[in-house]
Ligand binder design. Structure first.
Ligand code: PMV
Length: 360
């Protein structure tokens, strides 16, 4: 499919006043996306686990305008309060998706959104937030064109979400999601994420992700700025190749449930992402001292117990601990005994693999 396939033809029905509500999850990448071209086209393929607890629920209320407006007419409320801070980002998003949802200037839109995780926790809300918003806006197209099929709608939701935040395209459908054109992955595309199309061993079915909030609040370098620094990065082209090699190798790891290789790849990917940040020009570090302490305690614990807990990192200081459900008791005890003290007060989220967005 190409971008053109997402430009709709004339709609059989006219839009009247209505509303749509969706809950979309966050996701955590196993093979990371870091570096992109224009319009959020990724420099390499990536694979993520969909989360279950960290979600955004968004309702879009739409009211047809008497006359098509010259610009988008919208309000945004976070937790019931008007939020003008989000307006520029949402405006950019609406501008990017306008060719694909050409009725957006014909309506006034009120966006009401809430997250299950604290806004200031340092957990990126852009993936779940943009996915939930894309799904709500697409709902208007579905009302105007009730014949659109489900597969097309899922692809289009992911396509639209990508234009808000790249990783958001992996927050629509499936418990493991692939995004990015890759010769070994059938149906893969730079334009949208797809449910992982290969075998996944049952050990991953109930995988858990406990997120340790090491650092709350705004990052010193946004992910947009970080992606940009991959343009003149001395190691970029090798990194993009390596990520695609890892995506290929992951197929066998996920199929066989080889947790030792899984751990090695996931941790290597996390550290490589941060190594790219540390070797950008200008360089920057998003890890905090406690991030490193947690990593070392995980390694010591794993060595001592032979369990399969491993870590991964987003573009921030927080640590995601991934482990199979049958090791939960031991790992959770370890988290409370040794790791909680390295996080802010009570700052952890017990999450697990989830299955994608839901209409409400
Ligand atoms: O979706 P963005 O543009 O915020 O980029 C996020 C990239 C990482 O979270 C660091 C990695 C990934 O693949 O999710």
């Amino acid at each position: 499919m190409t971008e053109k396939d997402f430009v709709p033809g004339p709609f059989p029905k006219k839009l009247s006043k209505g509303q749509a509500t969706w809950t979309a999850p966050s996701n955590i990448a196993l093979v990371k996306y870091w570096g992109k071209g224009p319009d959020q086209v990724p420099a390499n393929a990536s694979v993520s686990l969909t989360l279950d607890v960290c979600t955004t629920t968004t309702t879009v209320y739409y009211t047809p305008l008497k006359k098509r407006a010259p610009d988008f007419s919208f309000d945004i409320l976070l937790d019931g309060k008007i939020n003008i801070g989000f307006k520029p980002k949402i405006h950019t998003f609406l501008r990017r998706i306008d060719p694909y949802l050409p009725f957006l200037k014909d309506v006034h839109i009120r966006i009401e959104t809430t997250n299950t995780f604290p806004h200031s926790s340092g957990i990126a809300s852009s993936a779940s937030g943009m996915a939930a918003l894309a799904l709500c806006l697409l709902e208007m197209e579905k009302v105007a064109n009730p014949d659109a099929d489900e597969e097309y709608c899922n692809k289009k939701a992911s396509f639209l979400a990508r234009l808000g935040s790249g990783s958001a395209c992996r927050s629509i459908q499936g418990n493991v999601v692939h995004w990015g054109r890759h010769p070994n992955v059938e149906g893969s595309s730079d334009l949208y994420g797809i449910p992982y199309p290969y075998k996944i061993h049952p050990v991953f079915e109930n995988y858990e992700d406990t997120i340790l909030i090491v650092h709350r609040g705004q990052k010193q370098v946004s992910s947009t700025a970080g992606h940009d620094l991959m343009h003149n990065h001395p190691f970029a082209s090798r990194r993009f190749e390596q990520a695609n090699e890892n995506v290929a190798q992951l197929q066998d790891i996920l199929a066989t449930g080889d947790l030792d290789r899984f751990i090695q790849m996931v941790e290597h990917e996390a550290l490589t992402l941060h190594a790219m940040m540390m070797t950008s020009v200008p360089y920057f570090i998003l890890m905090e001292a406690n991030t490193l302490k947690i990593i070392k305690r995980i390694w010591a614990f794993r060595k001592r117990t032979g369990t399969h807990v491993c870590f991964t990192l987003d573009a921030g200081a927080n640590v995601h601990l991934l482990y199979p459900q049958n090791e939960r008791k031991e790992v959770v005890q370890f988290i409370y005994d040794e790791l909680v003290i390295l996080c802010g007060e009570g700052q952890l989220i017990r999450d697990r693999i989830g299955s994608g967005a839901l209409a409400r």
